[in-house]
Design a protein around this ligand. Structure first.
Ligand code: PMP
Length: 401
């Protein structure tokens, strides 16, 4: 008789479970549009050429050892990551007002940031957009924050519910933390315009709301690293505090390396150094120190002018391919005369299209067309190719009509 007999089977993760179901399907036409990982036109995972070059450099360097990194990770990686998101000439970086620690990709960065805020920030409530990435509420509540939502997406316009957003943030308690997607909002693909970001910033600063940016797609949305960082830089430019979680999963294709960074922008170098000392207290009992390989790859690329340039070219090519898929899917639906306005497919930004398909329609597409996606109708454009667009368009047409 087992002491674990009472353990009931937990459901699969709603996003990662899509891949589990896909893997079990023997159909040759099956298509996985669930998880957000980039695929080539041939449907294959992509290791960036600059990543291969950086790894070669690391292998050739005989002086490299496999010692533990410090608790906060690789110092050079941290500095370069802060410059990447805030800008090389950012006063916050130049004045050493930013505490940056290497974390386990975007998820780990969000978790460390949330754990720190739960211990050291006076307001324990965090507002997350409705809808948002499914892991957000779990990460934040398990960190000890209390999770509330603010209106974000309007299903009627398939666009931003800007008025709802301003109303909800306007009635949040003073000091509340607000989770913002830096760009390429997941799952909706809907981002505020720069003018709207400025209005959000003004409102948030007037109410002393704490911005917590999730930057999982820098460079992946527009193809430009600077453009995709504009929202964050707008907030940092006013001199007040701000928290940012960065991931290199998408923009360097380093998914499984688990490399990311948490930055807390402070008002002085002294405060930043005290904040960093407390981040170490959070990290040490969780995993002691982060892994060395991915951060070394990133540092190699960010420090070298030539590799950095090659990275921006490869990044732009990934972003452009995703944008091309949007246009091809839109045209394919037009050709089929699929009822409804599908212009949101080309208007939305980043890896995902929030199609507007409901869970019944998604179930039909899976059952009859072997197309896998999350039940909220989100499809990963990065998993599509010119060859598979017609199959998806047929399935969407069948589900709608
Ligand atoms: N935030 C958002 C909005 C995401 O979409 C993702 C990845 N799906 C992450 C954070 C974290 O990803 P990772 O931990 O792999 O960097």
């Amino acid at each position: 008789d087992s002491v674990f007999n009472h353990v009931v089977r937990a459901p699969e993760d709603p996003i990662l479970g899509v891949t589990v179901a896909y893997n079990k399907d023997p159909s040759p036409v099956k298509l996985n549009l669930g998880v957000g990982a980039y695929r080539t036109e041939e449907g294959k995972p992509l290791v960036l050429n600059v990543v291969k070059k950086a790894e070669q450099q690391l292998v050739n360097d005989r002086s490299r050892v496999k010692e533990y990194l410090p608790i906060v990770g690789l110092a050079e990686f941290n500095k370069l990551s802060a410059k990447l998101i805030f800008g090389a000439d950012s006063p916050a970086v130049l004045e050493n007002r930013v505490a940056t620690v290497q974390c386990l990709s975007g998820t780990g960065s969000l978790r460390i940031g949330a754990e720190f805020l739960a211990r050291h920030y006076h307001q324990k409530v965090i507002y997350i957009p409705q809808p948002t990435w499914g892991n957000h509420p779990k990460v934040f509540s398990l960190s000890g924050l209390s999770v509330k939502t603010y209106r974000y997406y309007d299903p009627a316009t398939r666009g931003l519910d800007f008025r709802g957003l301003l109303e909800d943030l306007g009635s949040a308690p003073s000091g509340a933390i607000v989770l913002l997607h830096a760009c390429a909002h997941n799952p909706t693909g809907v981002d505020p315009s720069l003018q709207q970001w400025e209005q959000i910033r003004k409102l948030m600063r007037s109410k002393r709301l704490m911005p917590f940016f999730d930057s999982a797609y820098q460079g992946f949305a527009s193809g430009s690293l600077d453009e995709d960082a504009q929202s964050v830089r707008l907030f940092v430019a006013d001199g007040s505090e701000c928290v940012v979680a960065q991931s290199y999963a998408k923009n360097m294709g380093l998914y499984g390396e688990r490399v990311g960074a948490l930055s807390i922008v402070c008002k002085s170098a002294d405060i930043a150094s005290r904040v960093e000392s407390q981040l170490k207290i959070v990290i040490r009992p969780m995993y002691s120190n982060p892994p060395i390989h991915g951060a070394s790859i990133v540092a190699c690329i960010l420090r070298d002018r030539q590799l950095y340039h090659e990275w921006t070219v490869e990044l732009k090519a990934m972003a452009d391919r995703i944008i091309r898929m949007r246009h091809q899917l839109y045209s394919a639906l037009q050709e089929r005369g699929t009822p409804g306005d599908w212009s949101h497919i080309i208007k939305q930004i980043g890896m995902f299209t929030f199609t507007g398909l409901n869970s019944k329609q998604v179930a039909l597409m899976t059952a009859e067309f072997h197309i896998y996606m999350t039940s909220d109708g989100r499809i990963s454009m990065a998993g599509l190719s010119s060859a598979t667009v017609p199959h998806l368009a047929d399935a969407m047409h069948a589900a709608i009509t």
